[in-house]
Design a protein around this ligand. Structure first.
Ligand SMILES: Nc1nc2c(ncn2[C@@H]2O[C@H](COP(=O)(O)OP(=O)(O)OP(=O)(O)O)[C@@H](O)[C@H]2O)c(=O)[nH]1
Ligand SMILES: [Mg+2]
Length: 216
């Protein structure tokens, strides 16, 4: 079962903590997506984020209580260095553009460059085309364009609408699963390494014992 809110669990107990960072140009809907996901609300008027904000949400994924600490960065140019400073400790990034704004789509590669400069190589990223409901404003970036860019960047892609709640929960679940999978793969690799080390230690002990046996 993935993505269930932990209504029955004490708020402060969790198995894993994942830090996610929302990035993308101003006005693409980062705050709207986060508020839709964490608070189940949508605010039609635009209140641009100043500096940084965050929400916490604990979910149950594959039997693990995962606490998501989701950082909502400000897209305005003057806050870009603040945003970048949060990449270093992040496990996952949601890179958002607005399907009704070609400019925000073109900026995606610049955001990728910033991530590459500051974030760990292991960071998991999803490309998000938000506002796909777009009735009042016209869509200018077709879904296929978003998909093609994501393919080029070798990252998953989703179109979302914070307004209609389309794909929002799925988006956060997807990035959580990606981080979890990498973590489990890493743990499995480390366990394998431990087994090899133990086997080697056993072999050395056995050799020593055999040598003693031969002397006797
Ligand atoms: N139609 C539609 N409007 C949206 C959607 N998401 C956000 N908006 C609107 O777009 C505007 C900007 O949304 P925000 O979430 O504040 O944008 P932001 O990316 O956080 O912007 P900064 O904080 O300046 O970086 C607001 O008026 C939102 O109501 C959506 O999915 N559909
Ligand atoms: Mg915002």
């Amino acid at each position: 079962m993935a993505g269930n809110d932990l209504v029955d669990f004490p708020k402060n107990t969790y198995d894993l903590l994942f830090r996610l960072v929302m990035i993308g140009d101003s006005g693409v809907g980062k705050t709207a997506l986060l508020l839709r996901y964490a608070d189940s609300t949508f605010e039609p008027s635009f209140i641009s984020t100043i500096g940084i904000d965050f929400r916490i949400k604990t979910i149950l994924v594959e039997g693990k209580r995962i606490k998501l600490q989701i950082w909502d960065t400000a897209g305005q140019e003057q806050f870009h260095s603040v945003a970048s400073s949060y990449f270093r400790n992040a496990h996952g990034i949601l890179l958002v553009y607005d399907v009704t704004s070609a400019h925000t789509f073109m900026q995606v590669t610049r955001w990728i460059d910033r991530v590459k400069q500051m974030a760990p190589d292991t960071i998991k990223m999803v490309l998000v085309g938000n506002k796909c409901d777009s009735e009042e404003t016209v869509r200018v970036i077709e879904k296929a364009k978003g998909e093609a860019l994501a393919k080029e960047l070798d990252i998953p892609f989703l179109e979302t609408s914070a307004k209609t709640d389309y794909n929002v929960e799925i988006l956060f679940e997807l990035v959580t699963m990606m981080i979890l999978e990498t973590m489990e793969e890493k743990n499995a690799a480390e366990k394998k390494k431990d087994v090899v080390v133990l086997q080697k230690q056993d072999e050395v002990l056995l050799q020593k014992r055999n040598r003693k046996c031969c002397k006797n």
